[in-house]
Design a protein around this ligand. Structure first.
Ligand SMILES: Cc1cc2nc3c(=O)[nH]c(=O)nc-3n(C[C@H](O)[C@H](O)[C@H](O)COP(=O)(O)OP(=O)(O)OC[C@H]3O[C@@H](n4cnc5c(N)ncnc54)[C@H](O)[C@@H]3O)c2cc1C
Length: 460
């Protein structure tokens, strides 16, 4: 499939179809591990209650507050790990799934921490015989560690509020990212008052609790800061060309030293930090739009905001720092010989790289490329050329989305018409969230098993 010798670039690595991969086990293993930690904390709190039974209502409220606080803080650490860029998570679990776990865990931990705060205030209100609000203000003003924890809670609430879909769509990626980074500060701000809590003070649990925090901190620091800095220094990437693909889309080529050691695979993405005065402080995710090779790495960007627009003006020779590669939309997911790639809009970028990187005989690969109008098609020459040389079936589906009397372009019957024996294919889907949801529903209706549908979205 790939024309040039792949050399030491890992574009054709293929996992044995028999070996169950990490992404298939993680959805079961991870909740079990998390639940195991939660039950340990519950047992610990219950044993505390058995040893020192509360004598009144305030005592029971206090026990409830401590249980909620410990569980919430533990899930906050899990949340930190989910976004710590751990390679075995980032490369085996799709962005969609990671985001779902992050959102569910985030909702649960915030509920527990808010409940903890309310119960703790209720205890103080009962102790001082004061109203709830007065007790809350008193606690914050009189105890510096409670003030710090309250500030941490405010940061968590802000991060949660900006994650709501309607709010997120109005915020620039850079700001949204910065707000989410502030949750690391929330962990630090809450830590002191946890150590002073009745369950931990002076106990062996203090050492364990501190150790777990230090371990999570080290992992976050290593994978979010040290590893990217090392990779950027080692590979010394520079822009070698900026090519306009459409009025609002450019491809950026970068080259550096020992790029093959990055082990980037077609279908993956990196976070790119353009080292200029206007953009060194933010790294944005863009997928590889060609398999990594002797020409370097290519990513393709649609101008939607400041960062993506400015990439159209970036100069040849500009230095680039990277984080990654990340992403699970790779050949490792593949279980079947026949493959359908289903792209929507700019979702073509990672699928264009896969189209060239997948190992396949003529007739085994099909690409369906969905766009609103035919002018939106990018890489048409490259795709048609690959299709001719490698026997790939290509269908461009241009037109508005279905609904309001219009037929759905990705309806199950349409897909089965275009791709005979669809249910015996592995299907890679990438595009806007709505398109991915529609495509998955149609594929399931057409009989494709969920284990053979591999999805990714470019939404954050
Ligand atoms: C895993 C992954 C891979 C990606 N790969 C690519 C790629 O190959 N090519 C590419 O062009 N883009 C890709 N993106 C999206 C890209 O990262 C963002 O479009 C970009 O970072 C936006 O930055 P900006 O400063 O230009 O726009 P901003 O100023 O951040 O955004 C401008 C406006 O557009 C909205 N917006 C921007 N991007 C998105 C988005 N992705 N989803 C929903 N709303 C959005 C914002 O809410 C805002 O209203 C990818 C995203 C992810 C998560």
């Amino acid at each position: 499939m790939t024309q040039e010798a792949a050399g030491s670039y890992p574009t054709k690595a293929r996992r044995s179809p028999a070996s169950p991969s990490l992404h298939e086990r993680l959805p079961v293993v991870l909740p079990v591990v998390v639940a195991y930690g939660c039950s340990g904390l519950v047992i610990w709190c219950i044993s505390e209650i058995v040893n020192n039974p509360p004598s009144d209502r305030a005592g029971w409220l206090g026990a409830g507050a401590r249980l909620c606080g410990l569980l919430g803080s533990y899930l906050l650490l899990v949340e930190m790990l989910l976004v710590a860029r751990l390679p075995w998570l980032e490369r085996d679990v799709s962005v969609i799934v990671l985001r779902r776990w992050h959102a569910r865990n985030g909702r649960l931990l915030l509920t527990l921490i808010v409940l903890h705060a309310c119960l703790a205030v209720a205890v103080e209100a009962a102790r001082t015989q004061s109203p709830f609000v007065g007790a809350a203000i008193g606690m914050v003003l009189h105890f510096p560690h409670v003030m710090a924890a309250a500030a941490g809670l405010a940061l968590l609430v802000m991060a949660a509020a900006t994650s709501a879909r309607s709010v997120r769509a109005r915020i620039a990626y850079g700001w949204w990212h910065l707000l989410h980074l502030s949750t690391y500060a929330a962990v630090g701000l809450g830590f002191a008052h946890q150590l002073l809590g009745a369950d931990l003070v002076g106990s062996a649990g203090t050492a364990l609790w501190t150790g777990v925090h230090v371990l999570v901190g080290v992992l976050v620091l290593w994978f979010r800061v040290v590893a990217p800095v090392r990779a950027s220094l080692r590979h010394r990437l520079r822009v070698t060309a900026v090519i306009r693909e459409a009025p609002d889309v450019v491809s950026v080529w970068v080259r550096g030293r020992r790029i093959e050691q990055l082990q980037a695979r077609p279908g993956q993405y990196l976070r790119w930090r353009i080292l200029t005065r206007w953009s060194w402080f933010t790294a944005h995710p863009y997928s590889l739009s060609a398999p990594p090779g002797p020409d370097g790495l290519r990513f393709t960007v649609k101008a939607v905001g400041n960062h993506s627009r400015a990439l159209g003006r970036v100069r040849v020779g500009t230095r680039i720092a990277i984080e990654g590669p990340y992403g699970a939309l790779t050949e490792c997911r593949r279980r079947r010989q026949r493959v359908l790639l289903l792209a929507g809009g700019l979702g073509i970028a990672p699928l264009r790289a896969l189209l060239e990187g997948l190992t396949a005989d003529p007739g085994e690969l099909t690409l369906i490329y969905r766009v609103e109008c035919s002018e939106d098609v990018i890489f048409r020459d490259e795709i048609d050329d690959l299709a001719r040389r490698c026997g790939i079936g290509v269908h461009y589906l241009a037109g508005p989305p279905g609904g309001e009397g219009r037929p759905e372009p990705l309806a199950p019957e349409r897909l089965t018409d275009l791709v005979p024996a669809l249910r015996w294919h592995d299907v890679y889907v990438c595009g806007p969230t709505g398109m991915v949801t529609t495509a998955v529903t149609s594929l399931r209706t057409a009989g494709v098993d969920h284990r053979h549908i591999h999805t990714e979205t470019l939404s954050f």
